[in-house]
Write a protein that binds this ligand. Structure first.
Ligand SMILES: Cc1cc2nc3c(=O)[nH]c(=O)nc-3n(C[C@H](O)[C@H](O)[C@H](O)COP(=O)(O)OP(=O)(O)OC[C@H]3O[C@@H](n4cnc5c(N)ncnc54)[C@H](O)[C@@H]3O)c2cc1C
Length: 343
């Protein structure tokens, strides 16, 4: 089927922030062939390609983007038994949460802590999504991509994807379009419920650990869904991309300086450095939970989440978040970095 090439497409229709400008050309690719055609269209016009999945971690600036947005909507989930494990291969356009649900319905283990995260399998591979003590890279095996520079299809093993905290080769080099990702999931029960909120859920005060360990990955999924429902605004009612900022990683000297002033400050060690909690800083140090300006605010139940209540302008969101970064720097002398990708 011929490609449907839309011109001057409103980008607010394609991101969960529901704001931003227009793009000169917008193409949705449902297959390998569509993708090749869309890439060759962009290259003939000499325009930059921007890949898009569910748009749940992207903020497009206002104005006209002289680019081609290719929304990668490659479908399909396949599974294959490999000894004690099961390999699941998913098209990059599959909804991430559908993939998680597919795996927990079969009582496979590995994706359940990442339940209820919006967006596509492709976007999840770019961001190395993480939640409740798990990250995508814990179960990913390999990613099948189109290499824009060499104009060929290739498979990158997990080790080649340069994964870090919300980082990957895809985020840094932008030379790849992801078509498929393969995950290695366990048949043997392997619940990961050390994360504080999950422990609380499965271990109400006074109960015995041995009685309460979840028996199925679906149980963990349901726990995560119910915990998250209390923290995030509904995407039906608000624009948001979830956590706007990353948690800052600081050196030991900075951590010790802050600890003197804020003895309760939570932190985790990460390769000799300390990862702080942006949500805690915004809430407990700066009292900014629910802080708003115009239609933009820090969510009342989770201040790391920036919420857009009806503005079409991404400039408003960017100005608001720059102000938050300045407040944090003025008080703590640390820099917040965006988790959201601003294009
Ligand atoms: C309410 C809410 C809660 C959230 N909770 C979490 C959370 O708990 N943990 C977490 O980590 N994230 C969370 N997020 C952020 C977001 O859902 C994830 O980062 C998600 O994986 C983004 O996927 P997407 O398909 O929407 O990506 P998009 O926003 O469409 O794209 C993100 C980046 O990936 C690139 N990209 C997308 N698809 C492809 C492809 N096929 N090939 C190459 N590049 C591609 C884009 O160019 C862009 O740079 C949350 C977001 C919301 C709105």
């Amino acid at each position: 089927m011929a490609l449907n090439i839309k011109e001057n497409e409103e980008l607010s229709l394609h991101t969960t922030f529901k704001a931003g400008g227009e793009v000169l050309f917008f193409i949705e690719a449902f297959s390998k062939e569509d993708l090749i055609e869309a890439v060759s269209f962009a290259q003939k016009k000499d325009l930059e390609i921007v890949a898009l999945g569910g748009g749940s971690n992207t903020l497009f600036k206002d104005g006209l983007h002289n680019r081609v947005v290719i929304k990668v909507s490659i479908p399909g989930i396949e599974e294959k038994e490999v000894g004690e494990n099961v390999e699941i291969k998913a098209g990059s356009g599959v909804s991430w949460d559908k993939l998680v649900s597919f795996s927990t319905k079969k009582n496979l283990w590995g994706l359940e802590n990442l339940s209820s995260i919006p967006g596509s399998v492709g976007g999840a591979c770019v961001q190395n999504i993480g939640a409740y003590g798990a990250e995508l890279k814990d179960t990913l095996k390999e990613v099948f991509v189109f290499d824009l520079k060499n104009k060929n299809f290739t498979t990158l093993q997990k080790e080649e994807c340069e994964y870090g905290y919300r980082e990957s080769i895809f985020k840094n080099k932008k030379g790849y379009l992801i078509l498929e990702a393969t995950f290695l999931l366990k048949k043997n029960p392997s619940p990961k419920i050390e994360y504080k909120d999950l422990q609380k859920f499965f271990l109400p005060a006074g109960r015995q650990v041995k009685d309460l360990v979840p028996q199925t990955s679906e149980e963990v999924r349901e726990a995560v869904i119910s915990i998250r429902a209390k923290k995030f605004p509904s995407l039906k009612d608000y624009g948001t991309a979830g956590s706007y900022f990353k948690n800052p990683i600081v050196d030991m000297a900075t951590y010790e300086r802050l600890l003197k002033e804020y003895p309760d400050m939570p932190a985790h060690e990460s390769e000799g450095e300390m990862k702080l909690s942006t949500a805690w800083i915004l809430d407990k140090v700066l009292n900014l939970k629910g802080y708003s300006e115009g239609q933009i605010s820090l969510w009342k139940d989770q201040p790391l989440v920036v919420v857009n209540d009806g503005s079409k302008s991404s400039e408003e969101i960017i100005l608001f978040t720059e102000k938050i970064k300045k407040i944090v720097f003025d008080k703590l002398k640390i820099n917040l970095e965006e988790e959201v990708i601003i294009i």
